[in-house]
Write a protein that binds this ligand. Structure first.
Ligand code: UD1
Ligand code: CA
Length: 462
């Protein structure tokens, strides 16, 4: 978008959140509120972005991933004052262009709507245009006051509104488009003689009118796009709208979601065609899921890559990658930095930590694999444990291809088990197992004949 700079206001504390952290860094659908706003602006093709920070500025700065400039509003004297604090930067970056202003607490705005607002503003030659919408319950929002001919006259905050003005349902979204020079002129005129003793950005509209400039309103019918987050209740409401948008888009792209109300999928998750998502799936962060997978029920996947055809049931997968057609669960726990090979099976009550599991390898039940490199086609018997920790240091277990590990085996690391070898059930392996060998590492059985009878310890049937 040519000659447009965006200013996002994020200096406020957000008292109504009752939080130790600034409001705009609270997360919804996997990302800080402010980052959603930045992403919408970037998505509209605007790369010149100024974020106004103030309250716990460092915390806000840290959570913005994108390349933006920061302006500091040391004291939070109102939204108008916040823009004044950015005015030098705005002049420097975009002195005679268009300035788009947004609030950092309204994360649902779509990039397309921002583009339409800017086109509407420019095509009509307005000096200032405010994005408005009608709420059934407009409580808390500034009301748009129009004159008898329907032209926007000013915006009045709820706290300053008369009873008559409070009845107006058309509200200020907090998103505006201004010709930069005129905005900077009008900002000089606003005062703080209002209920909150703040310099309201909303007063710029009335001030521009007073200067004889032209003001437009671009009204949208979907009021969910402009909801602002002031409290934790509004945070939950906004998250629920965003979640619905996310699952709708996935379904339109060919993903089956059996019960959309029951899944939690973050904004940056991508899912391939014909994958089926069962109820209770929680898919977070920057997770990528391929085509034809089955995910869920009751599965949590965070920051992971799941390849085509994988089947994951009632399991937890964190920061790991699962190759094509692997089967995980039910009740498996895949911890960070693990790779589960193609067609491998990690079954019930199996925990894998920081390990690579080769293609076709199976650990079907009750097994712990930690700090291990495991080859192809290995079979872990039920109850196998890599003994990776001596209370001080973690050690590695290396297992070759086609190894067969009997049930209840301890592999005391550091240890290596070479290709095609077998381990007898119940072994505690402390030494390297050669290629093709059978390792047995357990006490031989002794039977004491007649032992129970001699002691009169026969157990009676009751
Ligand atoms: C504001 C608008 C209201 C609009 C609503 C839309 C004003 C005066 N009111 O009300 O008309 O309907 O948003 O959601 O603009 N901020 C600063 N510095 C400050 C004060 C606020 O940077 O000194 C930032 C906040 O961090 C926040 C945003 O501006 O992201 C909006 O502030 P907030 O206090 O939430 O305004 P509302 O009362 O919601
Ligand atoms: Ca707000």
């Amino acid at each position: 978008m040519d000659n447009v700079c965006a200013v996002i206001l994020a200096a406020g504390e957000g008292k109504r959140m009752k939080s130790k952290h600034p409001k705009v860094i609270h997360k919804l659908c996997g990302k800080p509120i402010i980052q959603h706003v930045v992403d919408s602006v970037t998505g509209a093709g605007i790369s010149d972005i100024i974020v106004v920070i103030g309250h716990k500025a460092e915390e806000v700065k840290e959570c913005v991933e994108s390349d933006v400039d920061f302006a500091l509003q040391e004291k939070q004297l109102g939204t108008g004052h916040a823009v004044m604090c950015a005015s030098d930067l705005i002049k420097e970056r975009n002195g005679n262009g268009t300035t788009l202003i947004l609030y950092g607490d309204s994360p649902l705005i779509k990039s397309e709507t921002l583009c339409s607002l800017i086109s509407y503003h420019r095509n009509n030659g307005f000096h200032g245009t405010v994005l408005t919408t009608e709420y059934d319950d407009p409580a808390g929002y500034g009301r748009v006051i129009r004159d008898s001919r329907g032209n926007v006259e000013r915006i009045v905050e709820q706290k300053d509104a008369t009873d008559e003005e409070k009845k107006v349902r058309e509200c200020n979204s907090g998103i505006y488009c201004f010709e930069t020079e005129k905005l900077l002129d009008a900002l000089k005129l606003i005062k703080n003689d209002n209920a909150q003793k703040e310099y309201y950005l909303t007063d710029v509209i009335g001030a521009m009118k007073g200067l004889g400039l032209t003001i437009g309103a671009y009204s949208i019918s979907d009021s969910t796009e402009t909801v602002g987050i002031n409290s934790r209740i509004q945070l939950a409401d906004a998250a629920s709208i965003m979640r619905r948008n996310i699952v709708n888009k996935l379904m339109l792209d060919g993903v089956t979601i059996i019960n959309p109300e029951s899944v939690y999928i973050d904004k940056d998750v991508s899912i391939g065609m014909d994958t089926v998502i069962y109820p209770g799936a929680i898919i977070e962060g920057k997770t990528t899921i391929g085509e034809d997978c089955i995910i869920g029920p009751n599965t949590r996947i965070v920051d992971s890559i799941i390849e085509d055809g994988a089947d994951i049931n009632s399991s937890v997968i964190l920061e790991s990658s699962v190759k094509a057609k692997a089967k995980i669960g039910p009740f498996a726990y895949i911890r960070p930095q693990s790779v589960i090979g193609e067609g491998a099976k990690i079954g019930d009550f199996v925990e894998v930590k920081k390990s690579v599991i080769g293609n076709g390898t199976k650990a079907s039940h009750l097994t712990y694999i930690g700090d291990a490199e495991v080859g192809k086609n290995v079979n872990f018997g039920c109850g196998t444990i890599t003994v990776n920790y001596d209370g001080n240091t973690k050690y590695k277990t290396l297992i070759g291809d086609n190894v067969f590990i009997g049930c209840n085996t301890n592999l005391v690391a550091p240890v290596k088990v070479n290709d095609n070898s077998y381990i007898a059930a119940g072994s505690t392996i402390t030494d390297e197992v050669p290629e093709g060998a059978l390792a047995i590492a357990r006490e031989r059985q002794t039977n004491k004949e007649g032992w129970a009878k001699k002691r009169n310890l026969y157990r009676k049937n009751k």
